[in-house]
Design a protein around this ligand. Structure first.
Ligand code: FAD
Length: 285
């Protein structure tokens, strides 16, 4: 198996005193020579400031991608953030619609003066600078999509608007991803679709996230965590084993890049990467 490309996702810490620890995590992950480390983008001014600050700081360690969403902001406000990214040396973005300010699952309403959907945001971003653009995609279809065709039509709109790749929502059945990849290719989508691999060892948290974003949790996964609520070490092991199995199966089917939802921990991502043949000092080599 050739060494795959990897990217890692972090979220900005809630409190300013968490920034230093997060930069330490980013440094650990940078040693794995990722294509990029991305930083998520939340609603509300303070959260956005934290994303900008953390993204600019990580840019000094590794290639970085700043997430950006459409929700709750005018085009002018979003454009200002994009210009700040570019000025800070951030050349990659992950362009997203975002979810309703009333919470995931609540009906999404575009901001009256804002970009309505991710494809509009990409078109706006490309007018500002030639960003490398990643977008989200949903092997089990986005909860707002009317079905697979709608999902793929939307992904095609984003690619046509200038996206360079799609990063998938997390999933547990490799076949679900592979079917989606093949359906996307049949639909004329010719950009890479990178599987998103969730490294959340807290099974209760994982179930909640899966419920909110419509990811199916198979019995194989729930039974692997069964009885481990009070054994964090064992849950870490299960998370590494399950993720390695998913990645290995996908790699055998020609998948050559993985995006890890790291939950701001470097240890599990590092172990899965090691299992995939990526050594810690790949960057130095
Ligand atoms: P879009 O691609 O814009 O579309 C979502 C749905 O909207 C479509 O399925 C369709 O039903 C409808 N739609 C889209 N375009 C149109 C149109 N032109 N006309 C009519 N209907 C349309 N959220 C955050 O808040 N911050 C983050 O940092 C973040 N990072 C993420 C990273 C990844 C890799 C992924 C997969 C998701 C991330 N999310 C993040 C969550 C994301 O914001 C939500 O999943 C959101 O509900 C959809 O965003 P999207 O960009 O995929 O939406």
């Amino acid at each position: 198996m050739n060494q795959p490309d990897v990217s890692f996702e972090l979220f900005p810490p809630k409190r300013p005193d968490g920034v230093e620890a997060l930069l330490g995590v980013a440094k650990d992950l940078a040693a794995l020579d990722p294509a990029f480390i991305s930083v998520t983008y939340g609603a509300g001014g303070s959260s956005r400031e934290r994303t900008l600050g953390v993204t600019a700081a990580i840019a000094k360690e590794a290639p970085v991608a700043g997430h950006i969403t459409c929700v709750g902001a005018s085009c002018a406000d979003v454009d200002a953030v994009l210009k700040e990214y570019w000025a800070a040396g951030v050349r990659r973005i992950v362009a997203l619609r975002g979810d309703s300010l009333d919470g995931i699952g609540a009906r999404y309403k575009p901001h009256a003066q804002g970009y309505a959907y991710a494809n509009d945001l990409i078109a706006g971003a490309k007018k500002i600078a030639d960003f490398d653009v990643s977008v989200g995609c949903y092997p089990e279809t986005h909860p707002d999509a009317r079905g697979l065709q709608d999902e793929l039509d939307n992904l095609k709109r984003k690619i046509d608007a200038g996206a360079d790749r799609a990063i998938s929502q997390f999933f547990f059945e490799p076949e679900v991803f592979l079917r989606y990849r093949d359906a996307a290719a049949d639909a004329g989508i010719d950009k890479p679709i990178v599987p998103g691999i969730m490294l959340q060892p807290n099974f209760k948290g994982l179930q909640k996230m899966a419920r909110l974003c419509g990811a199916f949790v198979p019995l194989k996964v729930s039974s692997a965590y069964d009885g481990l609520d009070d054994d964090a070490k064992a849950r870490d092991r299960v998370t590494v084993d399950l993720s390695t199995q998913i990645c290995t199966r996908l790699a055998n089917e020609g998948v050559d890049a993985f995006h890890f939802y790291t939950m701001n921990k470097s240890a599990l991502a590092t172990e899965v990467c090691r299992n995939l043949g990526i050594s810690k000092d790949r960057r130095a080599a």
